[in-house]
Design a protein around this ligand. Structure first.
Ligand SMILES: *[C@@H]1O[C@H](CO)[C@@H](O)[C@H](O)[C@H]1NC(C)=O
Ligand SMILES: *[C@@H]1O[C@H](CO)[C@@H](O)[C@H](O)[C@H]1NC(C)=O
Ligand SMILES: [Zn+2]
Length: 458
């Protein structure tokens, strides 16, 4: 079927079935405005604070429907989700998000690479806003919760506050980041890196192409962005544009579920550094060349892999049983929340690679550190606000670090940052089995809503 026809059918389905689900929010009357002291009494707790909090209710049914509906904008069949940057499905999903933001009464704006912002003006709109958000792109055959919980959850957190009659002092802003996953152009956290002012990336994107040789700029234009624009520095945000940024996310690890803890309060995000290593030997026929005179690039790589024993990808060339590998390629992932310690590890790996290449008579033709992002620490006043939100909502929580990358890592460059984790099934992520219970998501949203409320007054 022609792609246009598909879009038409999908849009029709969307308009017929999509709207009744989401418009449920719109009809809810917003109670008369309350100021913060009426609402939560932060930082001073008022007597009626506790009663008030138990009515911070999440509309779980609508939320689950939104999560399910968003997952249908996918290039692979359910339960898997595949949503690649600037694809037709990505464009439809973006429309879905903007529509939800509009229904929640947020004013929506997009920048040149399609970071989407939905703002709820506070009563002191000249103050730097508090922001929250995540991503909705999904690597091939992944699940429907990674990132999505932090975008749909952020919009629902706004709804929770609005239904409660809350009026923010600082404006609150929901952000949907463009391309957290590196799937199409090999660049992770593309949107948030640019927001954080990466001049290097703004330059690189002018000549970046995908594996079909489609340029980043053409792909962005296909999706309706970057029109008449080569210079992407318009996306940069000044440091201080936000007073705080906080991201809600599934843990992508098993700890919260195993310990039956509702909330993870993230104190730091470990930063990965990837290393690419190439060894070259002479190759030859495996039968004819005797062991002692071989320079086996494959064994050199294997030895390095054992020396490292970290996440490691290994490719051999030629990959045939009867030939001695003449080339090998390794990709090593190292991560730590302490940048110095991580860099010491990288240096040790480099030394091992050099001595292995000498011992085995192969050439170390490349040792390249592909990216080396610094780790980021969460800001104290944000983790404190989240902790007291958990306490006031009677939810169990623990402080933890994030081993995975997030847009928050880059937002930390321009804003104080924090993250809220919720449990997910067996820690699964990036696969169709990824699952988070709606009760856990709702808990995360209530904590997010209360944290936003507090930060709006800090
Ligand atoms: C938290 O627990 C206390 C004591 O059991 C209770 O009085 C309060 O209403 C609870 N708060 C919420 C938000 O459920
Ligand atoms: C990719 O596209 C550019 C510009 O259209 C062209 O010059 C180049 O030859 C193409 N490269 C490949 C590998 O097709
Ligand atoms: Zn994510």
């Amino acid at each position: 079927m022609a792609p246009k026809l598909w879009i038409f059918i999908l849009l029709s389905i969307y308009f017929i079935f999509g709207f009744p689900v989401i418009s449920a929010h719109r009809n809810e009357d917003v109670p008369s405005n309350k100021i913060m002291e009426d609402f939560s009494g932060y930082p001073v707790l008022e007597p009626h604070f506790q009663d008030s909090l138990s009515s911070l209710l999440v509309d779980s049914e609508s939320l689950q429907k939104q999560i399910d509906e968003l997952s249908t904008f996918s290039d692979t069949p359910a339960p898997s989700v595949t949503r690649i940057l600037y694809s037709e499905k990505d464009v439809l999903a973006r429309r879905f998000i903007k529509n939800l933001m509009g229904l929640s009464g947020l004013s929506v704006r997009e920048d040149a690479v399609g970071n989407i912002f939905g703002r709820w003006d506070g009563y002191e709109p000249e103050l730097a806003p508090v922001s929250t958000g995540s991503h909705i792109d999904a690597i091939p055959y992944s699940g429907k919760y990674d990132g999505v919980v932090g975008v749909l959850g952020a919009i629902e957190a706004i709804n929770v506050l609005k239904r409660h009659g809350f009026k923010p002092k600082r404006s609150l802003e929901v952000i949907m980041f463009t391309s957290e996953e590196p799937t199409r152009f090999g660049i992770s956290c593309l949107g948030s890196r640019l927001l954080a002012g990466s001049g290097e990336l703004a330059e690189l994107l002018k000549r970046t192409v995908d594996n079909q040789n489609i340029s980043f700029l053409d792909a962005a234009r296909f999706a309706g962005y970057a029109n008449h624009l080569e210079d992407l520095t318009s996306v940069f945000l000044k440091k201080g544009s936000y007073s705080a940024f906080i991201e809600l996310h599934i843990e992508q690890g098993p700890i919260l579920e195993e310990e039956a803890t509702s909330i993870g309060v993230v104190t730091a995000i470990a930063a990965p550094a990837s290393i690419k290593v190439d060894f070259e030997g002479n190759g030859g026929h495996a039968g004819a060349v005797l062991m002692p005179v071989r320079n086996d690039a494959g064994l050199a790589a294997a030895e390095l892999a054992l020396a490292v024993e970290k996440l490691c990808i290994l490719e051999l060339h030629p990959g045939a049983i009867n030939s001695i590998p003449s080339k090998s390629h390794l990709e090593i992932d190292t991560r730590d929340i302490d940048e110095e310690r991580r860099n010491v590890v990288i240096e040790k790996i480099h030394q091992s690679a050099i001595s292995i290449s000498k011992n085995r008579g192969v050439k170390l033709s490349e040792f390249k550190i592909v990216n080396q992002d610094p780790p980021a620490l969460a800001e104290d006043f944000i983790t404190k606000a989240t902790e007291s939100a958990c306490q006031e909502l009677n939810l169990t929580y623990k402080k933890m670090i994030s081993r995975a990358y997030h847009d928050s890592l880059f937002m930390a460059r321009i804003s104080p940052m924090g993250m809220i984790f919720i449990p997910c099934y067996k820690g699964y992520s990036h696969k169709p089995e990824e699952f988070a219970a709606i009760e856990d998501i709702a808990n995360g949203i209530r904590v997010l809503a209360l944290t936003l409320a507090k930060l709006s007054f800090s």
